[in-house]
Design a protein around this ligand. Structure first.
Ligand code: HEM
Length: 510
């Protein structure tokens, strides 16, 4: 394809220069130069907008982000991969971005948190990237995945214990938002910092509310204390290995990388868990495949990573030289949005979006190239193990509102399900330290019946103190309460392959 004749520089008009279309005019959503805006009311359905852009421009399209700052959005699967895998042509170092250097972007630009350069591996390149990322991956390589899965399983049981007697719960606020934070606090070596407050602080920070700065500070303070503690009291945890890594990170670098790991892991994995659970509860075909054994939970997670990646785009990559991508002429200093969600639905790789991907892992959800997510195995372990354990424990779980009542908060970078109300038969808490009995067997999952009762969610906020030293300490069933696995509900017996494997995995704590 011949590169399109215009470049981002040609359309760099200020918003004031642009004629304002009358209300109702189809030109709404278009900015200076007739370029589409990726923000505002016309960009509410970003998926549909990306498809219009693909039809108009092909694999790489010119767009305007907030304040009508011009960028390219990369829509093609192979073009996205080419960009992230070509560090000689594209960098994540935003200090090279022309609109930033020319003063076109004001310091209070609403997307500043997404692109502001920081001395962390996400924005570094070359030797500096190797040094910082090497320390992170070196510390990650010490993680014992068997122990991690056991911890995820026990944490899931503990979280379910908090609401299982109520028969109702919001699975976002009481499960998906908690599990990754509890697990990451344990991985980093600060299990005692895990409580409702840190979960709310992380969510508040990501929402960018007026208290976001204080919430960020709360998390930074916890990580500063942890760094200082591990300098003097080493343990066998991620932070100690980061501190002792031969790359000799400074205290500031350690704290910033702990923050990166904690927040990247929390936000992405919470979204992933919520997305998978929502599809299970609302898509009978998906549910039937899981129940019938044609799909495993890890395959369901992988499918979700294709259909609804936790980060829908990354802002951004920046051209280091004049080049060409997807038929567009890219100038040195141009910014490009790494289009994860549109790349995952590129018709050239997925001509039929309803066809299952059957565990195929070539989606863009974890990025690619030198910055490819180093925590993907941890994210997958939390989602796979947590969802499996939740569904085993609450096999009769059903959506407790109409599907169209579900709400999301969305930004250019991600979509977060606000609530996922469910109901189920109330059950007693379970002792999470207990080894499972082989009899009675864990409940077979019945077909999760989808009922959309239209109930407005009235989920109370659970503000009971949640300050365990270890998961085991908070989850002992009360005296006399059931100390076996939940008794199967009186459902028609169903044969499902893999039961013994599941019991064995439970037994081993995998
Ligand atoms: C489902 C869960 C997750 C998803 C979808 C995800 C996705 C991503 C993506 C898209 C990137 C950016 C790639 C790029 O810049 O091209 C990234 C980077 C990163 N992620 Fe994840 N992530 C997940 C979980 C985690 C976890 C659990 C950790 C840590 C334990 C983690 C740590 C990081 C770090 C440190 C980077 C920066 C790497 C670098 O720039 O070299 N992520 N992740």
């Amino acid at each position: 394809m011949t590169p399109e004749s215009h470049s981002l520089t040609d359309m760099d008009l200020t918003a004031a220069d642009a004629p304002v279309p009358p209300p109702g005019c189809p030109a709404h959503g278009l900015g200076p130069g007739g370029v589409r805006r990726l923000y505002g009311p016309e960009a509410e359905d970003l998926g549909a907008l990306y498809e219009e852009l693909r039809a108009e421009h092909g694999a790489v399209a010119p767009v305007l982000i907030h304040d009508d700052v011009p960028m390219w959005v990369v829509l093609g699967h192979s073009e996205n991969l080419h960009m992230v895998r070509s560090p000689s042509q594209f960098t994540r170092d935003s200090r090279t971005w022309t609109p930033l250097n020319s003063g076109r972007i004001k310091p209070d630009h609403p997307l500043t948190p997404h692109f502001a350069w920081q001395p962390i591996c996400s924005y570094a390149e070359g030797d500096e990237h190797l040094r910082l990322r090497g320390a992170v991956t070196g510390a990650m390589s010490t993680i014992d995945y068997r122990g991690l899965r056991r911890y995820i399983n026990r944490t899931t049981q503990a979280l379910v214990n908090r609401f299982c007697e109520e028969g109702r719960a919001d699975l976002v606020g009481r499960f998906a938002d908690h599990l990754p934070m509890a697990v990451m606090c344990e991985v980093l070596g600060m299990a005692d910092e895990y409580n409702d407050r840190i979960v709310h602080a992380a969510r508040d920070m990501l929402k960018g509310t007026e208290t976001a700065i204080a919430s960020n500070q709360y998390i930074v303070d916890a990580l500063t204390r942890l760094t200082a503690r591990r300098r003097t009291q080493p343990e066998d945890d991620f932070t100690t290995h980061l501190v002792n890594h031969p790359a000799r990170l400074t205290d500031d670098e350690i704290r910033e990388h702990l923050r990166l790991v904690l927040i990247a892991a929390y936000e992405a994995t919470a979204n992933l868990i919520a997305n998978v659970l929502r599809v299970i509860l609302t898509d009978p075909r998906f549910r039937a495949q899981l129940n019938g054994g044609q799909m495993t939970v890890p395959e369901a997670v992988e499918q979700s990573l294709w259909d609804e990646p936790p980060f829908s785009s990354i802002l951004g990559y920046f051209a280091k030289q004049d080049t060409e991508l997807g038929g567009q002429r890219i100038r040195k200093g141009d910014g490009l949005l790494f289009g994860i969600a549109p790349g995952n639905v590129d018709p050239r790789v997925r001509p039929d979006l309803s066809a299952g991907m059957q565990g195929n892992r070539s989606h863009l959800a974890f990025g690619g190239g030198p910055h490819e997510c180093p925590g993907q195995d941890i994210g997958r372990a939390i989602a796979d193990t947590g969802i499996d354990a939740l569904l085993t424990r609450l096999p009769d779980i059903q959506l407790d509102c109409a599907e169209d009542e579900l709400r999301w908060t969305a930004s250019i970078a991600s979509r977060h399900l606000v609530e996922l109300p469910v109901r189920f038969e109330p059950r007693p808490p379970q002792d999470v330290r207990q080894r499972p009995a082989l009899r009675p067997l864990p409940a077979q999952r019945p077909g999760w019946l989808i009922t959309t009762t239209g109930r407005q969610s009235t989920e109370p906020v659970d503000d009971r103190p949640f300050t365990p030293d270890t998961v085991a300490a908070w989850s002992v069933a009360p005296e006399g309460a059931a100390r076996t696995l939940p008794v199967p509900p009186a459902a028609a017996p169903q044969r499902r392959p893999g039961l013994w494997r599941r019991v064995l995995r439970w037994w081993r704590g995998d």
